[in-house]
Design a protein around this ligand. Structure first.
Ligand code: SF4
Length: 363
């Protein structure tokens, strides 16, 4: 209810927790949030500027648009150039830059048929309305979106729709966290885990963070008090030499996740290796369409193979997604790169770290 929500924003209580934090902090604590919604919440609420200096906030690979690899972006831009294709996409991919200054917005101006959809289910109608064309949906996102896309494919099969394809670039969050924990350049004490992704996968896939790497990870809601509570807990555990994986967002996330959604997701997709922007290949961190569903597979239809290519010149999104650099350490930040004229995806997406820094950071 609204009243309950207000409790999570109580400024008095926030101040008390912040004071307690400051008193107990000791040495630096470096935490990473892995969800674009958290990035925005931390800035928008003003929490970022209130946190003690020794709490270092890093934005991780939690924005689906930002982690989409350069070669994946180029692959869908190539498809947009095909006359036989109607490309369907979520709006946030429209301005993501590819090679040669290309993006979907410009492609549309040049005559490409690109339709912005609000739900993958909209592609069913699009396919039915255009029976002589191939409708290709760009499947970008994490465990949050993948089940809906799997459900759309199931409906398409039930309805006998044969002209819908999915360009499957889905990625799964836990394997990316493991890649960061094994990267010698990153230094992370704990993770604020994504609310939406965790609502699907539950707590189990994150257990390794404490068991194997001795770090803490907490599924957390999006209100300032949610975030403060998790940070206090992380400090407390760290001071006691403990590490745990836990769920503080029990009003939305169950420890077991959404088994129905997972079932649908794995009925249609299976794990595969995937390239992440700035991170590179992570074994088992992507989803691909199972053979039984290959009729829907745009990669098979068009022979698309995703492999490492040149990174976007000058853009430091990769280092930012790994928590090695902060956006204002990129030489292009606020200069050549702004939301109106973005150089990299972290500035394009409203959930990207560079866009959040640009909009909210005042120092
Ligand atoms: Fe890339 Fe722009 Fe962010 Fe620099 S400021 S890392 S160029 S998106």
């Amino acid at each position: 209810s609204f009243e309950l929500l207000e409790k999570f924003r109580d400024p008095e209580l926030c101040r008390k927790i912040l004071d307690k934090m400051q008193a107990e902090l000791g040495r630096e604590l470096r935490f990473m949030e892995v969800c674009g919604t958290h990035t925005v919440a931390i800035f928008q609420s003003g929490l970022r500027s209130l946190l003690p200096e020794k709490i270092v906030h890093l934005s991780g690979p939690g924005c689906p648009v930002c982690v989409t690899h350069e070669s994946e972006v180029n692959a869908f831009l190539d498809l947009a150039e095909k006359e036989t294709v109607i490309l369907a996409t979520f709006g946030d991919l429209m301005r993501v830059p590819g090679d040669k200054g290309r993006n979907l917005k410009k492609a549309t101006a040049d005559g490409a048929r690109v339709k912005v959809v609000y739900s993958p289910f909209d592609t069913l109608k699009l396919a039915k309305d255009n029976p002589d064309e191939l409708v290709v949906f760009i499947g970008v996102g994490f465990e949050t979106t993948a089940p809906t896309i799997a459900a759309t494919m199931k409906m398409a099969r039930e309805q006998g729709i044969t002209n819908l394809r999915v360009l499957c670039f889905h990625k799964t969050v836990p394997s990316a966290l493991e890649a960061l924990l094994t990267d010698a350049l990153t230094s992370i004490d704990g993770f604020i885990l994504p609310g939406h992704v965790s609502a699907i996968i539950g707590l189990e896939p994150y257990r390794f963070i404490a068991e194997k790497y001795g770090k803490s990870a907490i599924v957390t809601g999006f209100e300032p008090l949610d975030i403060l509570q998790s940070l206090t807990q992380m400090i407390d555990w760290r001071n006691r030499g403990e590490s745990h994986v836990t769920n503080n967002y029990t009003r939305i996330v169950s420890d077991t996740g959404n088994t129905k959604a997972l079932e649908i997701m794995y009925e249609v997709f299976e794990p595969t290796d995937a390239l992440w922007r700035g991170i590179g290949n992570i074994a088992g961190s992507g989803l691909e369409i199972r053979q039984e569903w290959e009729l829907f597979d745009a990669k098979k239809e068009f022979g698309i193979v995703i492999k490492e290519g040149p990174a976007l010149a000058g853009c430091k999104c990769g280092d930012i997604l790994k928590g090695i650099k902060q956006p204002d350490e990129c030489p292009l930040f606020k200069k050549a790169c702004t939301p109106a004229n973005p150089v990299g995806p972290c500035m394009v997406s409203t959930e990207g770290s560079c866009a959040a820094y640009y909009k909210y950071k005042v120092d």
